[in-house]
Design a binder for this molecule. Structure first.
Ligand code: GDP
Ligand code: MG
Length: 159
């Protein structure tokens, strides 16, 4: 039941000064940060990360976006963490993301607008879509030595 998942604060979140605000959302929910680093992604790495999207129309703009500045990568652990983190992050399209979610509180643009402008949807965060993706993405982004095991207060007080 305890799962680990990958979260990225994308270049828009880093450049907008929202690193602390975004990390806070996961900490306040009681999730554990097991790994954390800042990385500048190149085109090859972007293709490995977004392997399921490389043939799609929006891929070129997605690659331009994710390589446009550093990202903050996090390994996040908790009970049913993959599904829970997606819920905290909100819907992919900021226009559809509910208030209270990261994307719903800090972005508003629609697919139609982004596609017309030939830009990627700037939605602040990536979160693994399912358990298989989470395992593959964590292996891609983190070495074993970069993932840390430690007790946090939630294991005493909320779990
Ligand atoms: P996510 O798992 O919620 O991030 O969404 P996806 O895996 O479906 O897509 C990956 C990323 O590609 C999204 O977070 C957006 O930044 C971008 N994206 C997805 N769909 C579209 C689209 O239809 N148009 C544009 N412009 N960008 C998109
Ligand atoms: Mg996805």
């Amino acid at each position: 039941m305890i799962e680990a998942t990958l979260v990225l604060i994308k270049p828009d979140g880093v450049m907008r000064g929202l690193i602390g605000e975004i990390i806070k959302r996961f900490e306040q929910r009681g999730l554990k940060i097991a790994g954390l680093k800042m990385v500048r992604v190149d085109e090859d790495f972007a293709k490995q990360h977004y392997i399921e999207h490389v043939d799609k129309d929006f891929y070129k703009s997605l690659e331009e976006f994710i390589t446009s500045g550093p990202v903050v990568a996090m390994a996040i652990e908790g009970v049913d963490a993959v599904e829970l983190v997606r819920k905290v992050v909100g819907a992919t399209e900021p226009k559809s993301a509910l208030p209270g979610t990261i994307r719903g509180d800090y972005a508003h643009v629609s697919y139609a607008y982004a596609d017309k402008k030939k830009i990627s949807i700037k939605n602040l965060v990536h979160a693994s879509g399912n358990k298989e993706d989470a395992e593959r993405e964590l292996n891609l982004w983190f070495s074993i030595e970069e993932l840390h095991s430690y007790p946090n207060v939630h294991e005493l007080h909320t779990m």
